[in-house]
Design a protein around this ligand. Structure first.
Ligand code: HEC
Ligand code: HEC
Ligand code: HEC
Ligand code: HEC
Ligand code: HEC
Length: 393
């Protein structure tokens, strides 16, 4: 892919600023002020004509489409929690900066001239996934990406960017380490919910090979979802600026009215027997079953009921008296602290699968396998018959 040479220099910054003026939006004004000087030398001519009269609408701005597409995307949404979380701290923590700011990403990969593999910081707040995150000559030099599982995956070109940020922050191995040598069904107050993190698309996509999930001994897991040649990379499905998935190209191979309704499997994985719905439905139903079994296990086997609230961290709370309301101490919700190795590993797989809303397109097999094995894991102590549940792997 040959991009206009403009993009490989830092000259894109004033392009954004200029376009932002035309869009009538001011919020980006804080982007990298220190670059303004360098950039002024190289750009000026195309946006501001020497003399008028002129109408702004008739002035052609290079890259206008890419900029406005990007500007409306989640990557440019400076107000999102994913970019504003550190505002009160005044700088983005090194442990978080790689994925939560273009500046941090460049620092981590050494694209800013600093050591690669570490964020030297400090990283300013207010950054987003800017143009220079993906349009950076140095990106082509990145040959591999390390995943939280320890697996090192070879990458090419812009893939290095998506796979760095959408890989999640922890893997099944972290659960194994935390629970090693502990009795399977004994609650341990030292155990804390382990969060795979968010938008973990690449983790799902790489499947068993990437080892993001908690893998049960003796079980085989589907590897990377190779799918089909035209849809084998992040950007073959996601327009890299809008981030949207265009459905029309899918229809050359799939008969369906939306990505959510695509199905090839002729068997029902969720025991419903309904194969007229998309495979997404099976995944969602099995995920719902798993969550309810985790709750049953907490109440019946451990004896300390839990409540799940997806809107607040750490999502799982204690309801010791079983009245259906989260326990409060000093006005604070009490985080669930009666995890056992078994509930911790099953909840990890549940969260990993559900942290990726595109799981059905990224790797349906791997998602279904993790859910099945976790459901089966809980069925023992709960005295449930897998055949009766009708769930398939
Ligand atoms: C490997 C990359 C990566 C690292 C490292 C990382 N994050 Fe994230 N984080 C993401 C991605 C991707 C999202 C976007 C999820 C989404 O779609 O909103 C996200 C989302 C978030 C959100 C928003 C969640 C929500 O509900 O909208 C918060 C808060 C957050 N991260 C905190 C942190 C903190 C704190 C750290 C450091 C301790 C950190 N992240 C490190 C990739 C990362
Ligand atoms: C998340 C990564 C990412 C970000 C952020 C990004 N781009 Fe791109 N851009 C790409 C990829 C990948 C392509 C190649 C598209 C293809 O294969 O057709 C591309 C292509 C382009 C092209 C070629 C024409 C086109 O639209 O396909 C231009 C121009 C461009 N980008 C400008 C920008 C500008 C300006 C910004 C910031 C406002 C930006 N990009 C932000 C990934 C990104
Ligand atoms: C520097 C880290 C970073 C890179 C590189 C990156 N992303 Fe993201 N991505 C994020 C964060 C953070 C969010 C969440 C933003 C938000 O909540 O507004 C996100 C959101 C998304 C979304 C969700 C859009 C939505 O509407 O919620 C998609 C899809 C996505 N990214 C795809 C990609 C693809 C494809 C690439 C590679 C071309 C890529 N990302 C590269 C960090 C990154
Ligand atoms: C086969 C096409 C395909 C491929 C390949 C693909 N995706 Fe997706 N992705 C989708 C679909 C479909 C969705 C779900 C969109 C929806 O439901 O709105 C999705 C959803 C997402 C989301 C969540 C968006 C949201 O709304 O929160 C992210 C993030 C994402 N993909 C990133 C990636 C990354 C990174 C890669 C490469 C590792 C990738 N995708 C590869 C099709 C694909
Ligand atoms: C070139 C043909 C082709 C294109 C284009 C294509 N797919 Fe596929 N798709 C396949 C094949 C073949 C499979 C089965 C792959 C396998 O199981 O290994 C599949 C499987 C799937 C599945 C899993 C279905 C199931 O029941 O397991 C989903 C979901 C899916 N595709 C979504 C999409 C989406 C969304 C797009 C467009 C962004 C898309 N596909 C584009 C060929 C294609």
């Amino acid at each position: 892919m040959h991009l206009p040479s403009l993009l490989s220099s830092r000259a894109v910054v004033p392009l954004v600023l200029i376009s932002v003026l035309f869009l009538g939006v001011q919020t980006l004004a804080q982007s990298e002020p220190e670059d303004a000087e360098t950039a002024e030398e190289s750009v000026v001519p195309f946006a501001l004509p020497q003399s008028g009269p002129f109408t702004p609408a008739e002035i052609n701005i290079d890259n206008d489409k890419a900029i406005s597409d990007w500007f409306r995307s989640a990557h440019a949404n400076a107000a999102a929690e994913a970019f504003s979380h550190w505002d009160d701290d005044g700088e983005v923590r090194a442990a978080c900066a790689t994925c939560h700011s273009g500046e941090g990403f460049r620092d981590f990969h050494g694209l800013d001239g600093t050591e690669a593999g570490v964020v030297d910081g400090p990283i300013d707040v207010g950054g987003v996934v800017d143009c220079g995150t993906c349009h950076n000559a140095g990106l082509a030099e990145i040959r591999e990406i390390s995943l939280p599982s320890g697996v090192v995956h070879p990458v090419q070109g812009v893939e290095a960017s998506c796979l760095t940020c959408h890989q999640g922050r922890s893997a099944g191995i972290d659960v194994e380490t935390a629970t090693a040598a502990l009795a399977l069904d004994e609650p341990n107050p030292e155990l804390r919910f382990i969060n795979p993190h968010y938008a973990t698309a690449a983790a799902t996509w790489l499947g068993g090979y990437g080892q993001a999930g908690y893998h049960y001994e003796g079980r085989e897991y589907s590897g990377r979802f190779f799918h089909a040649a035209p849809v084998a990379s992040c950007n073959s499905c996601h327009e890299p600026h809008t981030l949207e998935v265009e459905f029309e190209p899918c229809q050359t191979c799939h008969l369906a009215d939306s990505p959510q309704n695509v199905r090839i499997a002729r068997q029902s994985y969720d025991g419903s027997g309904d194969v007229s719905v998309g495979i997404r439905s099976d995944i969602q139903n099995n995920a719902a079953t798993l969550l309810s079994l985790i709750e049953d296990y907490a109440a019946e086997v451990v004896g300390v009921p839990m409540i799940y609230d997806g809107s607040r961290y750490p999502y799982f709370f204690t309801d010791a008296n079983g009245d259906g309301a989260i326990d409060m101490v000093d006005g604070q919700n009490v985080a669930y602290a009666s995890w056992t190795p078994r509930s911790l590993r099953t909840v990890f797989n549940w969260k990993l699968v559900t942290a990726d809303p595109g799981n059905y397109a990224h790797n349906p097999e791997y998602s279904l396998e993790l859910l099945y094995d976790s459901i089966e894991d809980l069925s023992g102590p709960l005295g449930l018959d897998m055949d009766e549940l009708g769930i398939l792997r």
